[in-house]
Design a protein around this ligand. Structure first.
Ligand SMILES: Nc1ncnc2c1ncn2[C@@H]1O[C@H](COP(=O)(O)OP(=O)(O)OP(=O)(O)O)[C@@H](O)[C@H]1O
Length: 227
């Protein structure tokens, strides 16, 4: 089943001689439960594509449908509500709250959405990500790797329809980047999540279901791993 669809997405930044076409008429469909990696050289438009698909950056042209619902047709409050309910984010620099402990950070998006925390589910995620011993630790007490795990746990906890991950602006070393990919892949299989991840890591072929290669704001290669 198609969970997310982008149609003729175009996004430009700047004007006249400073004009940059970050996305140039991109269309794609994403299967529910799949793990898609978005790769490509620097400033090719990867993050812009992710942000447009996630309802964070409105395209100049084109449409995004999440489970058949047109994203940019709704007002901002509804879009924010939809993002909270349906999307999980694992972005670089994690946006974790330093005055909260690990478990408080993980359940924060659920509280923001005025939903009941599924304690059993959260417990399972915490255990799966190896955070049980760190549950009550503060964020600054964790290593970078530990913080990454909290960010992944937080994205999973609200049972989103899709998880968006972007490591592109950061400087994750190859090992941390592999770890994030492995953890997301495990989560995708265990919790039947759909994952879209922007990465510089090219060693992903075995893990992901699909690799989308972007160059100059266009899809230049779309490789699906059919098992
Ligand atoms: N907020 C913005 N304002 C102006 N220009 C932007 C903005 N965001 C992106 N761009 C431009 O759009 C183009 C695509 O950027 P984008 O960040 O999507 O590429 P990327 O492939 O994710 O790059 P990287 O891998 O280096 O992070 C670049 O030329 C960038 O400078």
């Amino acid at each position: 089943m198609i969970i997310l669809e982008g149609k003729h997405l175009t996004k430009t930044y700047g004007y006249n001689e400073n004009k940059v076409i970050a996305l140039n008429d991109v269309s794609l469909e994403i299967e529910e439960g799949s793990f898609m990696a978005v790769v490509g050289t620097s400033v090719s438009g990867k993050s812009t594509l992710l942000d447009v698909l996630a309802g964070l950056v409105k395209p100049d042209k084109g449409m995004v449908y999440l489970q058949g619902k047109l994203l940019y047709d709704m007002n901002n409050d509804r879009l924010t509500h939809l993002r909270r309910r349906k999307m999980g984010f694992v972005f670089q620099f994690f946006n974790l709250i330093s005055t909260h402990n690990v478990i408080e950070n993980i359940v924060l998006p659920i509280h923001l959405d005025n939903r009941q925390v599924d304690e059993e589910y959260v417990h399972d995620i915490v255990e799966t990500l190896g955070l049980t011993e760190k549950k009550y630790a503060f964020i600054h007490e964790l290593s970078d790797g530990g913080q990454q795990r909290v960010a992944i746990a937080r994205a999973l906890a609200s049972k989103p329809a899709i998880i968006f991950a972007d490591e592109t602006t950061g400087n994750l070393d190859a090992k941390s980047s592999q770890e994030v990919i492995q953890l997301l892949s495990m989560a995708q299989r265990k919790y039947h999540e759909t994952v879209i991840m922007v990465t510089h890591d090219e060693m992903i072929a075995q893990v992901v279901d699909r690799i989308l290669r972007i160059e100059d704001g266009k899809i230049i290669q779309d490789t699906k791993n059919d098992e």
